[in-house]
Design a binder for this molecule. Sequence first.
Ligand code: C2E
Ligand code: MG
Ligand code: MG
Ligand code: MG
Length: 281
Amino acid sequence: RAKAAGRNCWRFFDESMARHVARRLDMDTALRRAVERKELRLLYQPQTSLETGRIIGAETLVRWSRPDVGMVPPNEFIPLAEESGTIIPIGDWILLSACHQAATWRRENQLELRIAVNITAKQIHHKAFVDQVRDALDDSGLPPQLLELEITEGSIVENIEETVNKLRQIKALGVTVAIDDFGTGYSSLSYLKELPIDRLKIDQAFVRDIPLNPHDCAIARTIIAMAKNLGLSVIAEGVETREQVDFLRAEGCNEIQGFLVSPPIAADELAIRCLDAATIA
Ligand code: C2E
Ligand code: MG
Ligand code: MG
Ligand code: MG
């Protein structure tokens, strides 16, 4: 009896699991084809200097419009692609496209914009990673200093020695590195001095309730001070209000990114926005 019940139990588990797996497989197959079917599109969100008020860079953010389904947010398909390995060809396409875009802004719009590209753990640890970055630079002709890679704390702690090794090779190319979503990971602070990085991105969770929430103000202030002491630049994500700008600037934050300046937009729109005298007074 117990055995029979166990079997029924298993069957139930098995069927719902099978459906779940099938749905994910389905999405992954669709995602693999998304590049050639031109369903993926890149948007760019301005990054603004608090010193000059001008746009000095942009973060690349991928969008997937799936036929018959609609927009699938990156928070849904990037983790899936990361798990399945599909992130390798897709990430390579994103990197190459972003480099070409920044090279085009430079050539056709006389805009020297730094282009930031999000990179997952699996991409960093892939054996061809450094070659892919080098190839994207060669193919696009983008000066390496104009490419920035955004990695999260999570992908660093996964294999710290390997990450340091890879990042050293990336830095040797002249490419810069930012830690994304800083403050939300598990990592100890000690790795910060080991890592060859250039910038910290304060996670939007700590920016949202500035200046009203004293704890968030304290956290943001501490991250900025620590970045300064380590000789790193710091950018705040998710900046939506003038009050946040005033606080961040007073604390010495170098750059901001968020809806206050602009949501992620198409490449040609961004080129037009850059003609504005200054985005932040
Ligand atoms: P992220 O790299 O931390 O990107 C910032 C996210 O915050 C973006 O969401 C952006 O649209 C959103 N955001 C920007 N300003 C504001 C603001 O003022 N307020 C609020 N509430 N949100 C703001 P998005 O585009 O949905 O991307 C979500 C995440 O998906 C990204 O977080 C990143 O982890 C991942 N992702 C997006 N594009 C790519 C990509 O090309 N490659 C990889 N590997 N991951 C990507
Ligand atoms: Mg990012
Ligand atoms: Mg972020
Ligand atoms: Mg994020």
